[in-house]
Design a protein around this ligand. Sequence first.
Ligand SMILES: Nc1ncnc2c1ncn2[C@@H]1O[C@H](COP(=O)(O)OP(=O)(O)O)[C@@H](O)[C@H]1O
Ligand SMILES: [Mg+2]
Length: 467
Amino acid sequence: MRKVHSQLSIIFIGLYLVCSLVLLLTAENLLQQNMQDQLVENMKTQCQLIDESLLQYNGNSYAVVDRLAGYVGARVTLIDSVGNVILDTRVDVNETPLENHIERDEVVQALNSPDHFGNSRRYSQTLQQNLLYTAYDAPSGYIIRIAHDLDFIDDNVLKIRFILVIAATVSSLIALLSILNLSRYLTRPISHLIGMTKRIADGNYSTTPDINQRNEIGELGRSIKSMGEKLRSNIEQYERVQEVRRDFIANASHELKTPVSAIKGYVETLLDGALENKQVNRRFLERALSNVERLEIIVNDMLDLSRLESYQQSRDERYIRLEDYIRNLLEDFNRKARDKGLALNYDNKLPVDFRLLVDTYHLDKAIINLMDNAVKYTEKGSVTVHSFLEGGKCIIKVADTGRGIKKEDLGRIFERFYRVDKARSRELGGSGLGLAIVKHVMEMYKGSVSVESELDKGSTFTLKFPV
Ligand SMILES: Nc1ncnc2c1ncn2[C@@H]1O[C@H](COP(=O)(O)OP(=O)(O)O)[C@@H](O)[C@H]1O
Ligand SMILES: [Mg+2]
C-alpha cells in the first residue's frame, strides 16, 4: 500500500527542489548581471582617464595608453572617427592591420548615445575569448575602446554556484527529514482510524478511537465508533429476530404434530377394521374431528400473527367511537358468559364523543383475545371491561374473577405458544398464540399491554393506546 505520508513527502520535496532551483538560477543571474554592471562602470571611468591622459600628453601618447592598459589589466583600442584602428595594446596594427571598426556594436552605440558610451559582450575572434567591450566617443577625437575579459566573472559565479548548491542540498535534506516527520505526525491518526475499521470488520464492534483530537479526524473517529455500536446493536437485533423465528418454527411444528398424529392414529384404526365396529367408529371419527378443529385453531392464529407482521404498514385506520365498539363486542360474548353463569359488565368512563384512531381488524384481535381468555379461564363471578382516559392514554381493562396466574408465569404468558397449563388450554381450544397476538398489535400502535393477577382471585389485563 502506498502511504499518504510518503506521497505527501514526495510532493513537498518536489516543490522544495523546484523552488530551490528557481532561486539558485535567479541568484546566479542577478549576481552575474551585477558584477558585469559594476565592470562596465569601471571601464567607463577607465576610458575617461585614458582620454584625459591623451589630452594631457600630446606627443608620445600611444606609449601612455600602453602603460595605462597595463595598469587596468585590459586591452585598449584607439579608433579614429571613421573607424580605422590606430592602436591596439594586444595587436601590432602596423604588422597586422585590423579591419575597420565603425560597424562594431559598442562603437555604433557610443557614436549615437547622448553620454557617448556604448558596450557589448561577445566572443573575440582576435583573442579567442569572451570579452566585454566599452567604447567611448571621447572629447580627444578618438573612440577609446576597452575590452575586459569576462572569465573572472564566470569563475566567481561558478564558486558561488558551488556554495549555493551545497546549501540547497543540505537544506533539502533537513526539509526532507522534517517533512517526513511532520507528515507522519499528521497521518498517524489516520492509521489509527484504519485500525479501528479493521477491528470493526473483524467483529470487534465496541472499538474506541485511540485518538482524542478535536478536529475532523477526531470527529471521524467518534463517528466510526458510533457506527460500530449501531452495527453491533443491529446485528444483535437481527440475531434475536432469527432466534425468535427458529423457536417459532420449532414450536409450531411441535404444536401441529400432536393433533396430526392423533388424526392419523384414529383414521388408521378405523381403516384397520374399527370402521365396521358400530360401538367405536363414530367416537373415533368425532375425536379425529376435534383434532382437526384444534389444527384449525392453531393454523388460524398463526395466520393472524403472520398477517399482522406482514401487513403492519398498510393499516386501514379510522376514528371509531370506542364505547359503541366495546358494547357491540360484549354482545358477542353474552351467550358464552351466560352459559358459564358469569356476569358480563361494562364500566365506561370515556368522554361522550371520544373516538380512537385504529384499524378495527387489529382492535378485534386484541380485545377478543383478552375477552376470550377472561371467559375461558373464569369459572364463577364476573368479567368486567373498563374504559377511560388517563395520562394522555386511552385505557381498556379486562378484569376477571378467575383462577389467576402464578407470579412465575406472568412474565412468560405473552410468549408465543406459552401456556400455563398445556393440557387445560388445549382442552379449552387455545393455541397459546392469543396473548402474543395482543402484544404484537399493541406494539404496532406504540401502546402496551400489561397484566396484574392474583392466584385464585382473578386477573386484569390492561391495554394502553396513545391518543
Ligand atoms: N384471564 C386469564 N386468566 C388466567 N390465565 C390466563 C388468562 N389469560 C391468559 N392466561 C394464561 O396465559 C396463557 C396464554 O394465553 P394465550 O396466549 O391467550 O393462549 P391460550 O391459547 O392458551 O389462551 C394461557 O394458556 C393461560 O394459561
Ligand atoms: Mg387465548
